[in-house]
Design a protein around this ligand. Structure first.
Ligand code: NDP
Length: 297
């Protein structure tokens, strides 16, 4: 069997097109652009790249991007004051504080200060709680992107066996909640799980969010299963001094067995920013008291 590729890049592009159409509709109806504020503390190279691409994607979607940069030695008070000001700014619909923060700043305190109604990353405990009890809120971007890819490929997920490998607050746990809400039978695996290969072998859906290059082997996969590989791992490339990206799944091995699989790169990765824009636009409609058709994006 050769697995079908799930093209996250194409799906994300299409989603961003639909977001741009709705963002224009929002501007026409509200008289202002939907606004996303991104806060970067310090000069971490990878974070700078992420923040720049988020800002660019926001503007491309016809939304307003507000970038706030604080020095690496900014105090917690300075950062919390900025977040509170953004909470009260009527032009800002969504707030994202780029993680990780420098060590002297407590991430949980910062996340707890963001208004849950502007928490487009979905990291606030209020939004985690809303997801757990099935109330509308904001869901972390990466797992929501994975769910969109799964539903696009499989339609109804009801009754399917799903295994999520990883239990982080930003990927594994919300992914499991989303799959449960779709009536999957969900198993969450982690570093203490015994006989992981056997656990994975039961799954119709495998979501790997571990951070270990090519850990999930092809012979762990049930024939025909759908595999979503969240992992982004940089490993040595074929040529000396060159690196390449691989996922948490042994892609070549899994391709022989799975029904469908996301590649790395070009699978889950492009979905994360697209869903961030989606969450920011949903926040804008809600904050402005405007209706957004159910399932429009
Ligand atoms: P974390 O490090 O927070 O969590 C990793 C999880 O994997 C933990 O729950 C850990 O278990 C589990 N784990 C570690 N080793 C094993 C093992 N040997 N067997 C089974 N489970 C194991 O990572 P994140 O959730 O933040 O990210 C996971 C991956 O996804 C990373 O590669 C990251 O780069 C990528 N990522 C990609 C994104 C994208 O946009 N595509 C966005 C976010 C993340 P335990 O809890 O027991 O320690």
């Amino acid at each position: 069997m050769t697995a079908e590729l799930i093209d996250g890049k194409a799906f994300a592009l299409d989603l961003r097109g639909r977001i741009a159409t709705l963002a224009a509709d929002f501007t026409a109806r509200s008289g202002r652009k939907a606004g996303l504020a991104v806060v970067l503390v310090g000069a971490d190279a990878a974070s700078q790249v992420y923040v720049r691409s988020k800002g660019k994607a926001t503007v491309e979607a016809g939304m307003a991007s507000f970038e706030h940069r604080l020095p690496a030695d900014a105090s917690e008070t300075e950062l919390l004051d900025l977040v509170r000001a953004l909470n009260h700014d009527p032009l800002v619909d969504g707030i994202l504080v780029q993680l990780p923060l420098p060590g002297h700043l407590d991430e949980q305190t910062v996340i707890a200060t963001i208004s849950p109604d502007k928490d487009v990353d979905g990291f606030h405990v209020t939004n985690a709680g809303r997801l757990a009890v099935g109330q509308p809120g904001f869901v972390p971007c990466t797992p929501l992107g994975c769910l969109m890819l799964l539903k696009n490929r499989l339609g109804s997920l009801s009754g399917l066996d799903a295994v999520v490998i990883g239990r982080s607050n930003i990927v594994g746990k919300p992914m499991a909640q989303l799959l449960l809400a779709e009536s999957c039978t969900v198993t969450i695996a982690h570093s203490r799980t015994r006989n992981l290969a056997d656990v994975v072998r039961r799954a119709d859906i495998v979501v790997a969010a571990v951070g270990r290059p090519e850990m999930v082997k092809g012979d762990w996969i049930k024939p025909g299963a759908t595999v979503i590989d969240v992992g982004i791992n940089r490993v040595d490339g074929a040529e000396p001094g060159k690196t390449r990206l691989v996922g948490d799944v042994d892609f070549a091995g899994a391709c022989d067995v799975a029904g469908a699989i996301t590649p790395v790169p070009g699978g889950v990765g492009p979905m994360t920013i697209a869903v961030l824009l989606r969450n920011a636009l949903v926040a804008a409609f809600r904050n402005a008291g405007l209706e957004l058709a159910e399932g429009a994006i």
